[in-house]
Write a protein that binds this ligand. Structure first.
Ligand code: SAH
Length: 480
C-alpha cells in the first residue's frame, strides 16, 4: 500500500465520528484544533465528550448508527469497538465517496491519521502506511527531540511577513538564501533565547536593508554532562546537531560526540600539552576565529560549563569581543555521580547543605574555610581530588570532622566502567591508593554516603572479601 500524503483544510466542514470512548476523544481533539465541525454518534459518551457537547463544541447527533449520518460528512472516523459496525460504516462511506478511517484497521481505512510533531504552524506527519504505528511513534519521539519550539515561532514570523519577504526577494534563489539566514542567523537564536520582539526587529531590519544579510557566528557553551550520552539535555543534543564546529574537552565521551552532526568539524582542545594558560588562550582564539567566519561553534565541556569548567571566563571573553553566545547547562559530575551511586546529596536527617569544591591547585586548598567544611551533617562533593586526598583528609580531620565520617569515591561515574569505593574518612587516602582510583573521580564526603552500598542500582556490584575482613567498613562496588 502506498499512501498519498496530504494536509486537508477542514475549516467549517462536517466530520462524523462514530464512537464515544477515549479513542474518539483523541481524534476529536485534533479535529477541533483544525476548525472542523465535529458530529458524534454514540450510545455513550465519555466525560470529556459529554462536556464538549454541553459546551456546544461538538454535536451529538444520535445513539444508534444511521446511514443518513454520513449524508453531508466530508470525512468519517469509525472508532467503535464493534468490528461489524466499523466495516459497515467503511462500506457505506465508500459508496458515498467519503474518506473513512477505521481506528486501528489499516485495511478498512481509506485515510490514515499520522503520528504528528506539532510546532504550529509547522506540522510534521509520520506514516508507516499502517504497517507499524508503534515504530512511527519512535520516529516521532526522535523528531520531537530534534525540533525545538522555536521552530513554530520562526515559521509564524515568516508567515506574518511573507508578503514583505516576497517583495524584497522576488527571485527564488535570493528568497531561499534569506530563509537560510532566518534559520541559521540571529533571528532563530533570539527566538530560542525567548526574545521574540528582538527577533522580529532583526528580521525587519534585514528586510529593510539594501544588502543581503550575512551570517553571523555564534558560540554555544554547552555542558555535555558526565559522559553518559543519556544524560545530555535536549538543548545540548540540538546544539550538537546545529554545530558547524565542535571544540571539545578531554572529559567529553565518544558516545556524546557520536550524536553530533556528521559534517561538523570536531576539534579536540582537551589535550594536556603546553601550559594551561596557552591552552585557554588557544581555545579563545579558536572560538573567535570560527565565530567571526560566521560559523555556529559549540564549545563542549564535561558536566556543566559553569561548574569548574572555566565557562565564566569564556563567556566574558565572548562578550568582550562582541560574539553572540548561549549557555546550555549540563548535569554536573556531583549530581550525576551521586545519583548513579545511590547517594542523595541532601537528606532531611543527614545533610542540610552540599558544597561543591575542587581539590585542584594549592591555593584553592589554602583559601577554603576548613572549620566550616569540617562540620558534620553536610555533604562535600570534591572535584579533581585524586592527587590531593592526603591533604584533604588531613585538613578535615585536623579541623574536627569525625574520623568515621563515611565517604564515597565515584570513578568514571555514569559510564559502563563506573567504580564506587566507600569507607571512612581516616582511611580515605590509603583505600584510594589500594584500589588505584584514577581520574576522573568525584569524592563525596558526608553521612549521606553511607546509603551508597545499600542503595546502589547502577552497574554490576562486587564485594572483595579481603577488604571486608581487613577493613570492616570498606566495601568496593565495581561496575562494568
Ligand atoms: N564542569 C565539570 C567539571 C570539570 S572538572 C562538571 O560540571 O562536572 C573535572 C572533574 O570533574 C574531574 O576531575 C572529576 O572530579 C569530575 N568528573 C567529571 N566527570 C566525571 C565522571 N564521569 N565521574 C567522576 N568524576 C567526574
Amino acid at each position: 500500500m502506498t499512501l498519498y500524503p496530504l494536509f486537508a483544510d477542514l475549516t467549517g466542514l462536517p466530520v462524523l465520528v462514530v464512537g464515544g470512548g477515549a479513542v474518539a476523544e483523541r481524534k476529536i481533539e485534533s479535529l477541533l484544533a483544525t476548525g472542523a465541525q465535529v458530529r458524534i454518534g454514540a450510545k455513550e459518551l465519555c466525560a470529556t465528550l459529554r462536556e464538549w457537547v454541553s459546551q456546544g463544541r461538538i454535536e451529538h447527533i444520535g445513539e444508534s448508527f444511521q446511514p443518513a449520518w454520513l449524508d453531508d460528512a466530508w470525512l468519517v472516523i469509525a472508532a467503535t469497538d464493534d468490528t461489524e459496525l466499523n466495516t459497515c460504516i467503511a462500506a457505506l462511506a465508500y459508496e458515498r465517496r467519503i474518506f473513512a478511517n477505521v481506528v486501528d484497521d489499516a485495511t478498512l481505512s481509506r485515510f490514515q491519521v499520522p503520528a504528528v510533531v506539532d510546532r504550529a504552524p509547522l506540522t510534521v506527519a509520520i506514516s508507516t502506511a499502517g504497517a507499524a504505528p508503534a515504530l512511527a511513534r519512535r520516529v516521532r519521539e526522535m523528531l520531537e527531540s530534534l525540533l525545538d519550539h522555536a521552530w513554530g515561532s520562526l515559521i509564524a514570523l515568516a508567515q506574518r511577513h511573507r508578503s514583505r519577504i516576497t517583495a524584497r526577494w522576488p527571485d527564488t534563489a535570493g528568497r531561499r538564501a534569506f530563509y537560510d539566514w532566518l534559520h541559521d542567523g540571529p533571528v532563530m537564536s533570539l527566538l530560542r533565547t525567548a526574545q521574540p520582539a528582538k527577533a522580529e526587529r532583526a528580521m525587519l531590519n534585514a528586510l529593510n536593508s539594501p544588502a543581503a544579510p550575512s551570517r553571523k557566528g555564534l558560540v554555544l557553551l554547552v555542558g555535555a554532562g558526565p559522559g553518559n550520552p543519556e544524560l545530555l539535555t535536549l538543548r545540548a543534543l540540538r546544539a550538537l546537531n546545529q554545530a558547524d564546529v565542535i571544540l571539545y574537552d578531554q572529559l567529553v565521551g565518544a558516545g556524546v560526540l557520536a550524536l553530533a552532526r556528521r559534517d561538523a568539524e570536531r576539534i579536540d582542545v582537551g589535550k594536556r600539552c603546553g601550559g594551561r594558560h596557552t591552552q585557554q588562550e588557544h581555545i579563545h582564539r579558536l572560538m573567535l576565529d570560527h565565530a567571526r567566519a560566521g560559523r555556529c561553534v559549540v564549545r563542549l565541556k564535561g558536566g556543566d560549563p559553569f561548574v569548574f569548567g572555566r565557562g565564566g571566563e569564556e563567556m566574558a571573553f565572548l562578550r568582550r569581543h562582541g560574539i553572540a553566545y548561549e549557555i546550555v547547562p549540563g548535569i554536573t559530575a556531583a549530581l550525576a555521580c551521586a545519583a548513579y551511586a545511590g547517594i542523595p546529596l541532601t537528606h532531611r536527617d543527614h545533610a542540610r547543605s552540599v558544597h561543591l569544591l575542587t581539590g585542584h591547585g594549592k591555593d584553592s586548598l589554602d583559601a577554603m574555610d576548613w572549620p566550616a567544611l569540617a562540620q558534620g551533617r553536610q555533604t562535600l562533593a570534591v572535584y579533581m581530588s585524586v592527587s590531593r586526598l592526603d591533604e584533604l583528609t588531613h585538613r578535615l580531620l585536623a579541623h574536627g570532622r569525625h574520623p568515621d565520617t563515611p565517604f564515597a569515591i565515584v570513578e568514571n561515574g555514569t559510564m559502563a566502567q563506573q567504580r564506587v569505593l566507600h569507607g571512612v574518612l581516616h582511611k580515605l587516602p590509603e583505600s584510594a591508593r589500594q584500589h588505584a582510583i584514577q581520574s576522573p573521580a568525584l569524592l563525596i564526603i558526608g553521612e549521606v554516603t553511607a546509603m551508597a552500598s545499600e542503595h546502589a542500582w547502577f552497574g554490576e556490584r562486587m564485594q572483595r572479601a579481603e577488604d571486608a575482613t581487613e577493613h570492616a567498613a570498606l566495601e568496593l562496588c565495581e561496575h562494568g
